[in-house]
Design a binder for this molecule. Structure first.
Ligand SMILES: *[C@@H]1O[C@H](CO)[C@@H](O)[C@H](O)[C@H]1NC(C)=O
Ligand SMILES: *[C@@H]1O[C@H](CO)[C@@H](O)[C@H](O)[C@H]1NC(C)=O
Ligand SMILES: *[C@@H]1O[C@H](CO)[C@@H](O)[C@H](O)[C@H]1NC(C)=O
Ligand SMILES: *[C@@H]1O[C@H](CO)[C@@H](O)[C@H](O)[C@H]1NC(C)=O
Ligand SMILES: *[C@@H]1O[C@H](CO)[C@@H](O)[C@H](O)[C@H]1NC(C)=O
Length: 322
């Protein structure tokens, strides 16, 4: 029993010491390598291998963020590493002062290395990805990009939160904010906008006008809601103004009735034929319009008004751009 335990302890101890000596070896190797000159000439093959790895990483992250387009904001670090590896490859020399460029570039008509680089870089340029950043080399997003995604997050949160109730009414103001912010960028930059933004806006517009159908049938109800609330809001004002004029009229009447104490004669003598006119048959006006024609015409005007207001409302929420 005891000897067995001793054996185990011995084996364990031996194992430990072997392991620690191995670690020491590795450590001394590491420290030795860090003492080497800072930039040892690296074979061009190593630079090519590095370029291959970085191209692969960049390709992977582009494809992972291709639909919906988010690769501009997601792949910047891989893009920078890819650019750096290409720079290293083209600017380095071998031990024998042979430039790597002369080994891999312009040695045949295909120029595969250069073609690979150009094509991958094209994907970055094609998406106007530099436009997302105020300084791509430090991967700092521009204020425009930050603001856009702030508004974008607001409306998306709003829509997800109000999935049960009516998102069109609730999120209308968020949608308008995002939309007008994007239109402002577009006015300034034309079509050369960071594609992450363009795609996000496009998707939000489609979500809003096609999937949620917030344009056609909701806009009029929103409009009538606005009109009704405006009228209701104005009612007290109208009431006070009317009351004020009525009071003034009343005061003047009181003043008149105070001075000429006997009441004035009724304007229409009691047995005049005018008194017997039925209520509806008033005199036609100079143009021959009677009261009965009036409501119809005002109704027509009202209809026209709502029609034009409808159009401007559509413009506002930008539902024509799908
Ligand atoms: C490479 O060039 C450097 C200076 O440019 C020189 O000092 C060195 O001797 C050269 N090495 C070879 C192998 O030619
Ligand atoms: C971007 O940042 C780098 C590193 O800080 C700096 O050298 C460069 O000048 C900056 N570029 C611009 C356009 O600000
Ligand atoms: C971006 O916003 C920050 C803080 O809001 C501000 O300090 C900076 O000047 C802005 N940059 C530009 C280019 O407008
Ligand atoms: C809306 O959603 C966001 C993010 O999902 C969450 O932080 C927020 O609390 C939600 N608001 C409400 C009222 O549910
Ligand atoms: C917006 O989406 C539509 C439909 O998916 C597409 O045809 C159009 O090219 C997109 N526009 C942009 C700028 O991505």
């Amino acid at each position: 029993m005891k000897s067995e335990q001793f054996l185990y302890a011995l084996v364990f101890f031996l194992g430990l010491s072997v392991e620690s000596s191995f670690c020491q070896n590795l450590g001394s190797q590491l420290s030795r390598s860090s003492k080497d000159p800072p930039h040892p000439p690296v074979p061009c093959q190593n630079h090519l291998d590095q370029f291959e790895r970085k191209s692969k990483d960049f390709t992977t992250i582009i494809l992972k963020n291709a639909v919906p387009v988010t690769y501009c904001t997601k792949s910047v670090n891989d893009y920078l590493a890819f650019e750096q590896s290409y720079k290293d490859l083209t600017e380095s020399q071998d031990k024998n002062n042979v430039s790597c460029r002369s080994l891999y570039f312009n040695v045949d008509r295909l120029g595969v290395v250069e073609t690979m680089y150009t094509n991958l870089q094209r994907v970055w340029k094609m998406g106007f990805c530099d436009d997302c950043y105020s300084n791509t080399s430090t991967s700092t997003l521009s204020n425009t990009t930050k603001d856009f995604f702030y508004y974008w997050k607001e409306i998306n949160d709003c829509i997800t939160n109000s999935s049960q109730s009516d998102p069109c009414l609730k999120c209308m103001s968020h949608y308008q904010k995002l939309n007008s912010f994007f239109d402002g960028i577009k006015k300034e930059k034309g079509d050369q906008i960071c594609f992450d933004l363009q795609d996000a806006m496009n998707r939000t517009r489609i979500l809003w006008s096609v999937k949620l159908n917030c344009c056609r049938d909701r806009a009029p109800s929103m409009l009538s809601f606005t009109i009704i609330s405006a009228i209701v809001g104005l009612l007290p004002g109208i009431f006070y103004i009317a009351f004020y004029f009525w009071r003034r009229h009343q005061d003047r009447f009181d003043f008149l009735s105070d001075t000429n104490s006997p009441l004035p004669e009724p304007l229409i003598p009691e047995n005049s034929p005018l008194q017997n006119l039925p209520e509806n048959e008033y005199e036609p006006g100079p143009s021959g319009a009677t009261a009965s024609t009036l409501p119809r015409s005002t109704g027509a005007i009202k209809k026209e008004k709502t029609a034009t207001a409808d159009e401007s409302d559509d413009d506002l929420i930008d539902c024509n751009k799908k």
